[in-house]
Write a protein that binds this ligand. Sequence first.
Ligand code: 13P
Ligand code: SF4
Length: 354
Amino acid sequence: SPSDPDLVERARAAKEKLGDKVFVLGHHYQRDEVIQFADVTGDSFKLARDAAARPEAEYIVFCGVHFMAESADILTGDDQKVVLPDLAAGCSMADMATAEQVAECWDVLTEAGVAEQVVPVSYMNSSADIKAFTGKHGGTICTSSNAKRALDWAFEQGEKVLFLPDQHLGRNTAVRDMGMSLDDCVLYNPHKPNGGLTAEELRGAKMILWRGHCSVHGRFSLESVNDVRERVPGVNVLVHPECRHEVVAAADFVGSTEYIIKTLEAAPAGSKWAIGTELNLVRRLANRFAGEGKEIVFLDRTVCFCSTMNRIDLPHLVWTLESLAEGNLVNRIQVDQETESFAKLALERMLALP
Ligand code: 13P
Ligand code: SF4
């Protein structure tokens, strides 16, 4: 949808007034009206790295969701302020693992006598508390672009991995990229006593998967894949690893948002693609590549936006930039010192992965 020209002009003016004091990061799932003001766009790994590489910016405006802004705060200097244009932009997957539940899980693993062998690997899509837990217990963070490397590293440190909070990224990486079997994985349900698992099941497992998922990517099904192959003969199916295992197993290519973009950039003219990820990104790519003769369709017939990513819209961005330009610090995301120090350990282990 075309952006309101008045708001576009106000955002431009406020950003110009702020100059080098502000750096705007935009995740690929953001709306076009917001993305046009991003100094850099990326997947969650690239954005974490780029936030850390801007020590001269006083304000980092993060157009993405809460856990991304927290990670940026952890990785930037104390005098840099990270701002999230709408504080209600959370992530339902990150909310599926709370600090209390994870502490309880660790007690269950200890009771079963396996905690000593377990290395936690937490997906970037988690709160700073979960990242701190991960750092404290010798684990690392991963994103969808380095999950295999993170798991390789973790299995050098211990015999088992507790992977949280996305069961699908954990399972897909273990089975598709590392040759494990589905039987090597067990599912820990934080809403059941002992996670719904016996001590024996925990002892037999290599991957202990937290029962979390992304509701946006959960909408894609095996039927969506079969359906699009029938509708569009010769189509390549390209999906994000947050999709369910049967979807990933039936796809031709699997990877992060940045990987999806790179793959389409390298695709030959005349090729056809069905993409299984959030709709703002898929629409942007369909428009961008239409002129090059690459046909890009959405994997499902239903509409699939990430409602929390979409909370960041042009009015919120204008309000944020104008407030900052007037010297009014709004919506700062600040992780407390103790949480930050342990969470940083885990994030730095990720940044140091080979
Ligand atoms: P990427 O790291 O692939 O951008 O994924 C982030 C995310 O939230 C996907 O739902
Ligand atoms: Fe979270 Fe899913 Fe939205 Fe990504 S797409 S931010 S995992 S709810």
